[in-house]
Design a binder for this molecule. Sequence first.
Ligand code: HEC
Length: 54
Amino acid sequence: MKKSIMENKDEAIANGLIVPDEQTCKKCHNPESPNYQPFDFKERWEEIKHPIPE
Ligand code: HEC
């Protein structure tokens, strides 16, 4: 996959990029999980986001 695809959000989505929201995370991070930890979307998002560097 070309880097230019990831630099164009619409094209990236067309090629399978998932733009996750709280519901996406909670498919796994929910109390049914065997090692569930309280899941605060905003806090956890800060831990995993990886913006394009300036
Ligand atoms: C397909 C299942 C799945 C989805 C969807 C998912 N996660 Fe996870 N996540 C895991 C697993 C499995 C672990 C590792 C087990 C653990 O640490 O509890 C993990 C670990 C993490 C950790 C490290 C936890 C820790 O305490 O060290 C963070 C932060 C995290 N996920 C954030 C997110 C965020 C934010 C989203 C949504 C954008 C998300 N995850 C969506 C399965 C998932």
